[in-house]
Design a protein around this ligand. Structure first.
Ligand SMILES: Nc1ncnc2c1ncn2[C@@H]1O[C@H](COP(=O)(O)OP(=O)(O)OP(=O)(O)O)[C@@H](O)[C@H]1O
Length: 635
């Protein structure tokens, strides 16, 4: 024996309301969509000149009527389509997908009305002609939230039956959901979802005669008169005709201000015939983080899909917000997002290409727009250049970097260097701060690669422009620029340097002395990444058990991860190395170390701040009371 599933409609409606749709507001979209589809079906049947109208009537008793001039339903169609969840007249039987010309496809849309209504009534006059040439009798279907329904034929002359082919859907509000059917809500929702629909969409509004506005009022049974307010009819804003390009620019800028809430920095027209897609991408006027989800306003077949549709453009294009309409993209079942299929993938790529073309063309010229674009969205340009050689070529020419010659392009920096000289870059901002003063004084071209994308970008640029001899800077590069001091001098200060070295050992830092420019810089802190590894190994060794710890300790060796290079051309350093007071030497070494740390721009850790205060205390004490030591004083 075979049986069919029993469906508990309450469960299904609950599922839709809580897990499929983000809000009950979508009920109106589904009703509009059915109206538009019914008009399309009627056109398929009877030519293009049939009326295309949808009328919304919020009624005084709190219910809502949605009337359309569509194809209507016969008794047999109503029995098949309305009484079966998941049955739709809009699917391609062979392909099993929605048909191009219709908005709906799943056969569940009408159920969404149960989120706000406990009764749906559809009264319909079919536009079809029966084989015997007669017109089918009008029908009425009433569905209830408990899953039961009634379906009857209705006499032709029944006053509730539309005079012309079409359907009237009437919703009776569910308890506590009355506000969803209130005139203001219905008007706002219809405007939002349907203002670009290619049908004549109107809502009946009741006039408040107290403000004296009685013009064009059409009397109804209810005391206050009503007027019809048109909500649709506008062409797609980017397709509207304007007398001049400047007028079009102004109109589309106004449109962005009204719908997106910002005045765009620039506009990119989008056109993708394969996806039946047209629209505009607006360049944001202010920088956004690359991780901000880029949300676009998307219409599918001129019905609003959503105002925050994500994933429509490649990730690097986070600097634009699009408004577009497409006919070949598929919605998800909730119709609030796009279904990830090959069409969407191809669309994303093609839209990315159009935005990229614009960016390339804009950056290639020197105009106020290109300068503003680069200033505000250089991060996006960097992100794109990471994966696009053309943009990379342009980026090397136009992108600003922080360099030892100030902020400028790599081309600018290369021009300041002798022919064939190397260009170096630091992988972190701190390292740049530490090394830049010395590098600048030595005439080394140094680029700060510590900002977002820059290290990867500089890697790519170094491969693409080998003539620049661009390479990451190492401690050795810098050490080489520092002159060894004369052997006699080295001997002279050996003990003092040894004392400094011991003073810095707790900071995992060793000390050496060199002579370098600028003389005003007392010391420079170099970071040895090999030293970092060894430090980690030592930490593991300390934590590990004895045998294993010993092996690790032997491997890690004695090297320290930082090196403080004292500048022997600096007066302060020379005085320090000449002192005979061991406490001054120790405190001076600690001060130089902390000063060099501060130069890198990194905030001091608590232990480093303590070190600074301690050393400053000793030095002050010596300055204020020469000839005493704290030990003597304590006696
Ligand atoms: N106003 C209407 N005029 C004529 N037929 C209608 C109307 N409303 C609904 N129908 C019929 O009822 C069927 C089911 O409608 P429903 O809204 O549940 O699903 P759908 O529109 O087919 O698909 P989706 O779930 O994607 O909206 C439709 O396929 C259509 O044939």
């Amino acid at each position: 024996m075979t049986s069919t599933f029993q469906v508990d409609l309450h469960g299904v409606v609950d599922l839709l309301a809580r897990h499929l749709y983000s809000s009950p507001r979508v009920y109106l979209r589904e009703l509009l969509q059915n109206g538009v589809d019914a008009v399309t079906a009627r056109r398929d049947l009877g030519g293009d000149d049939v009326p295309a109208a949808i009328r919304l009537r919020p009624l005084p008793d709190g219910s809502l009527e949605v009337a359309d001039s569509g194809v209507g339903l016969t008794l047999a169609e109503a029995a098949e389509l309305l009484a079966t969840i998941g049955r739709s007249s809009k699917r391609d039987v062979e392909l099993g997908t929605g048909r191009e010309e219709f908005l709906g496809q799943f056969g569940i849309g009408l159920l969404s009305a149960f989120m706000v209504a406990d009764e749906i009534e559809l009264t319909s006059r079919s536009a079809r002609i029966l084989p015997d040439g007669a017109a089918p009798a009008p029908v009425r279907w009433r569905g209830f939230a408990d899953g039961s329904y009634e379906l009857t034929e209705v006499p032709d002359e029944d006053p509730t039956v539309p005079a012309e082919p079409g359907s009237v859907v009437r919703l009776r509000p569910r308890r506590d959901m009355e506000h969803w059917l209130a005139p203001e809500t219905v008007t706002a929702l219809a405007q939002d979802f349907g203002s670009l629909l290619p049908v004549d969409l109107q809502v009946e509004v009741r006039l408040d005669l107290t403000d004296g506005d009685s013009a064009a009022a059409t009397g109804t049974d209810d005391a206050s008169p009503t007027v019809w307010r048109r909500l649709s009819g506008a062409d797609l804003p980017w397709k509207e005709r304007h007398a001049t390009p400047a007028e079009r620019d102004a109109a589309l800028t106004r449109y962005a201000e009204q719908t997106l809430g910002f005045t765009p920095l620039a506009r990119i027209d989008l056109d993708l015939p394969l996806a039946g897609l047209t629209g505009v991408a607006y360049v944001l006027p202010a920088a956004v983080s690359p991780t901000t989800p880029s949300s676009h306003r998307v219409y599918l077949k001129r019905m609003l899909l959503g105002t925050r549709v994500d994933d429509l453009l490649p990730p690097w294009a986070f600097f634009v917000r699009c408004v577009l309409d497409a006919s070949a993209l598929r919605p998800t079942a909730s119709r609030e997002g796009l279904y990830e299929d090959e069409v969407l993938l191809a669309t994303r790529e093609a839209l990315g290409a159009q935005v990229r073309e614009w960016a390339l063309a804009t950056l290639a010229e020197s105009s106020p727009t290109s300068r503003a674009f680069l200033r505000v969205h250089h991060l996006a340009v960097r992100a794109l250049a990471l994966q696009d050689d053309d943009m990379l070529d342009l980026a090397a020419r136009v992108l600003p970097f922080e360099t030892t010659e100030g902020t400028g392009t790599l081309t600018d920096l290369a021009a300041t260097l002798p022919e064939g000289a190397r260009m170096l870059w630091t992988p972190s901002v701190e390292e740049f701060r530490r090394v830049a003063p010395v590098a600048a004084a030595q005439g080394l071209g140094l680029v700060n690669g510590g900002y977002v994308y820059d290290a990867d970008l500089l890697e790519r640029i170094s491969r693409r422009f080998p003539q620049w001899r661009l390479a990451p800077v190492t401690s050795d590069d810098v050490s080489q620029a520092l002159l060894e001091v004369d052997p006699l001098r080295e001997l002279e200060v050996a003990d003092a340097v040894q004392a400094v070295d011991e003073a810095l050992a707790p900071q995992d830092c060793e000390a050496v002395v060199r002579a370098f420019e600028p003389a005003a810089l007392p010391a420079m802190l170099l970071h040895d990444r090999d030293g970092d590894h060894q430090r980690e190994a030592r930490a593991t060794a300390d934590a590990a058990d004895d045998v294993w710890g010993q092996v690790l300790a032997e491997l890690s060796g004695p090297a320290r991860s930082r090196r403080l290079v004292l500048n022997d051309t600096n007066e302060t350093v020379r005085s320090l190395l000449a002192t005979t007071d061991p406490q001054v030497l120790e405190a001076g070494a600690q001060s130089l170390y902390v000063t060099a740390l501060l130069l890198s721009g990194r905030p001091l850790r608590a232990s480093e701040a303590t070190l600074m205060n301690g050393s400053l205390g000793v030095l002050l004490d010596r300055a204020l009371r020469p000839g005493t030591t704290p030990l003597e004083e304590n006696r």
